[in-house]
Design a protein around this ligand. Structure first.
Ligand SMILES: [Zn+2]
Ligand SMILES: [Zn+2]
Length: 80
């Protein structure tokens, strides 16, 4: 594992939901969720195809960020 500041607890997620303005919650590394989520594909396919396969090479840690208020989610690539 790299030195992702979110995974290591150095930083907390500070993003607002673009839909409702509620604070997005860091739901952890995308890799931890990928197997569970893949049958349903709720995550934008383009983001996965464009970003996920290369995250190891880029030194970025993909986090699933979710809004508990409206259900919005997005993937944030955190620089390690
Ligand atoms: Zn991380
Ligand atoms: Zn929201």
């Amino acid at each position: 594992m790299g030195m992702c500041p979110l995974c290591n607890g150095f930083e907390i997620l500070q993003l607002a939901c673009p839909n409702c303005g509620n604070g997005l919650e860091d739901s952890g590394r995308l890799m931890d969720y990928y197997d569970d989520y893949s049958p349903y594909m709720p995550i934008d396919q383009m983001k996965l195809e464009d970003g996920y396969p290369t995250d190891e090479r880029l030194g970025q840690c993909p986090h699933l960020c979710k809004c508990q208020n409206c259900g919005y989610d997005e993937i944030k690539f955190v620089n390690e």
